[in-house]
Write a protein that binds this ligand. Structure first.
Ligand code: GAL
Length: 665
């Protein structure tokens, strides 16, 4: 990753710009409107391959030359995309074998996007040639300040099950395990006698009428992530060979649920972390989902600034009921990302399309044009980002608390035949993050590869799969003084998805001094109550104490009086175990207790419904305050609100839905 690099002097503001969808007379208006809104960066060319390479090897760069020139003249920087997210029709005519095959064994058809198999050699040849052509033409173009490889790799082609992918998977397995015996051992293929005698017998995990070996499914997910990363690397290499010196990245899709790829393993190849995030209309607490995703991005970026590559000004078009954002929501959403470390706010897309499958997706310039609420809010946001420009380049200070989230652990939990098969594992992490947020304690959300030495409290929420190195790092952190909180469904299987024997949670049993002999998953209507008043749903365990204190016990059958929450002093730290799925309120109470016990104090104002985040640089700090409620709120703060220009002494009155960015001091 590159640190201290920004495509624009202050915060970046803009979005995906698809001029190829519009006649040229609209382009001039686009530039004028961009200037009016203070747009300073646009992503160009994402889906335009078919309009650049008009026939095999025949390129027409005229329109792209022209628009890049116009943007440059207009003072707008460009994030130039390689166009490989949408191959041209002539390529499908020539090579239909690049189309991906789904888990039902059906090959997809041209007409959408990302319709390519990441392991296809033919595809790779054409895609890298396209990247090279773009790179050679625009490597030194003065408008181009960063490169955007393809688009949301894996979004529609996460896993391809074609014979070429299966063969690549076999090679991947051979490289990872060495021998077929090692694969048999790792996957436990004695089960159902699925013993393999050669790599050639291992196919892609196509759908079957009963459950597949989860270790096979997991390794195929890892392989598929690597195949996509390999594709990214191949395109990036072409750009570097062509002389590109500005950062090269691709837009990830980091959210709450496990990602399509193991992004933690992609980080070293990305010059900066860039994310696309869309709120979900049906989620009444969308802003928490956003905050979680943004914190995860900061965690992937190891605390450094990252980039919000896409979000929406209003409704998307791919949910069941596509909700228009409420007045002010786009500004709150943008500033929430910025507060959590994003170096600006970009949208999909600049001008709402008239035609095509995204004609009902919101944009910065709506169908109704300039005299619209959305346009006015876009212009306002451009002004705000300009006024808070001094904050760019600062960071969110390392939190006293860290929550660990791992995509691969999420994948391991996904295949069926689990104790609970409708239980979203990442919900535990989100609840813990929310609790710290509500207490006003800065909390980081990090992958398992993160450095854990700087945090007072380490939460390990539903980390179902844990390798030995991670388990050791967590254990060491406790010995060295941290308060470690392990929740149910953590440390259950090892990295090849084999249960760690001897009592759950196998990876942390010794650290915790407890051993669960049996899981007791609950039905939807069931709730448990602990003897300290905490409540929980979904999950309970029969726990045996070996060397720990009991903090709270289950009440009622069948676990009456049995331990539910435990604590053990280890080295200079403490290890807690929470064996049940605590309600949000109970997690809040427990977090409050843990904060007190570990001297982790609130470093942010904690006003219900007001999101508060601080960014810092060189002794200066800026407090972001976002009022997500429909009431005016008074929040402690002192300094100057860069949004309104007002001096703030002691506290600030935030209007319902309002925002402030206070330069403190
Ligand atoms: C993203 C994608 C964009 C656009 C957007 C719509 O996933 O990268 O191209 O389709 O969704 O919400």
């Amino acid at each position: 990753m590159r640190t201290n690099w920004r495509p624009t002097p202050g915060f970046a503001f803009g979005g995906d710009y698809n001029p190829e969808q519009w006649p040229r007379d609209v382009w001039a208006e686009d530039i004028r409107l961009m200037q009016e809104a203070k747009v300073n960066l646009v992503t160009v060319g994402v889906f335009s391959w078919g309009l650049l390479e008009v026939a095999d090897g025949v390129w027409d760069f005229t329109w792209l030359d022209d628009i890049l020139g116009m943007l440059h003249e207009g003072g707008i920087a460009v994030d130039l995309a390689t166009p490989t997210a949408s191959p041209p029709m002539w390529l499908y005519d020539k090579h239909p074998e690049i189309l991906p095959v789904n888990r039902e064994g059906l090959r997809s058809h041209p007409g959408a996007r990302l319709q390519w198999c990441p392991s296809s050699a033919i595809w790779r040849t054409y895609a890298t040639r396209a990247a090279a052509m773009l790179g050679q033409r625009y490597a030194t173009h003065p408008a181009v300040r960063m490169w955007h490889v393809s688009n949301e790799l894996g979004q529609a082609n996460r896993q391809c099950f074609c014979p070429e992918s299966a063969a690549a998977f076999q090679r991947w397995l051979a490289a990872r395990y060495g021998t077929i015996e090692a694969v048999n051992e790792a996957w436990g293929t004695a089960f159902w006698g699925h013993h393999y005698t050669g790599f050639a017998q291992i196919g892609a995990p196509l759908n079957a009428e009963s459950a597949l070996n989860p270790a096979l499914v997991l390794d195929f997910a890892r392989f598929s992530s690597d195949a996509l990363l390999d594709h990214f690397r191949a395109e990036k290499r072409e750009l570097l060979d062509a002389g590109v010196t500005v950062p090269i990245t691709t837009n990830l899709m980091v959210g709450v649920a496990p990602s399509v790829a193991d992004y933690a393993s992609w980080v070293d190849d990305l010059d900066l972390i860039a994310n696309d995030h869309y709120t979900i209309a049906a989620d009444p607490r969308r802003e928490r989902d956003l905050a979680f995703a943004a914190d995860r991005c900061r965690g992937l970026a190891a605390g450094q600034p990252w980039f919000l590559m896409e979000h929406s000004t209003g409704a998307v078009n791919w949910q069941v009921r596509n909700r228009a954002k409420a007045p002010g929501e786009l500004t709150r959403n943008s500033l929430a990302h910025v507060a959590r470390g994003a170096e600006g706010a970009l949208f999909f897309q600049w001008r709402a399309s008239r035609a095509g499958s995204e004609q009902w997706h919101s944009a910065m310039v709506p169908h109704a044009g300039r005299d619209t609420r959305i346009w006015r809010e876009v212009v306002d946001l451009g002004g705000i980002l300009d006024r808070i420009g001094e904050v760019a380049g600062s960071v969110v200070p390392t939190g006293q608390v860290v929550v660990i989230v791992d995509d691969v652990a999420g994948w391991a939990w996904e295949p069926p035949s689990k104790p609970l098969n409708d239980y979203p594992l990442h919900r535990i992490a989100r609840r813990w993050r929310d609790a710290w947020n509500d207490l006003g304690v800065t909390c980081d959300v990090v992958p398992t590869t993160a450095d854990l030495t700087a945090h007072r409290i380490i939460v390990v929420p539903g980390l179902y799969l844990v390798d030995d190195a991670t388990a050791t790092a967590i254990t060491d952190a406790a010995h060295n003084g941290a308060t470690v909180v392990i929740t149910h469904l953590s440390g259950i299987v090892n990295e090849v998805d084999t249960v760690r024997l001897g009592g759950y949670p196998g990876a942390f049993r010794n650290l915790l001094g407890v051993r669960a002999e049996e899981f007791l998953p609950l039905q939807h209507h069931e709730q448990v109550t602990l003897d300290n008043g905490y409540t929980a749903t979904d999950w309970a365990e029969s726990l045996i104490i070996e060397n720990a204190e009991v903090v709270a016990r289950y009440t009622g059958a069948p676990l009456e009086g049995r331990p539910a929450i435990t604590r053990r002093a280890v080295g200079s730290g403490t290890a807690w175990y929470v064996s049940t799925d605590l309600s949000e309120g109970s997690i809040h109470l427990l977090a409050q207790h843990l904060a007190g016990a570990s001297s982790a104090s609130a470093d942010l104002p904690a006003v219900p419904g007001v999101e508060a985040v601080r960014r810092v640089r060189d002794g200066q700090s800026w407090l972001f305050l976002l009022n997500h409620t429909d009431q005016d709120q008074r929040v402690p703060a002192a300094g100057v609100d860069l949004v309104s220009g007002r001096t703030v002494s002691g506290s600030i009155e935030l209007a319902a839905g309002g925002v402030a960015v206070v330069r403190e001091g």
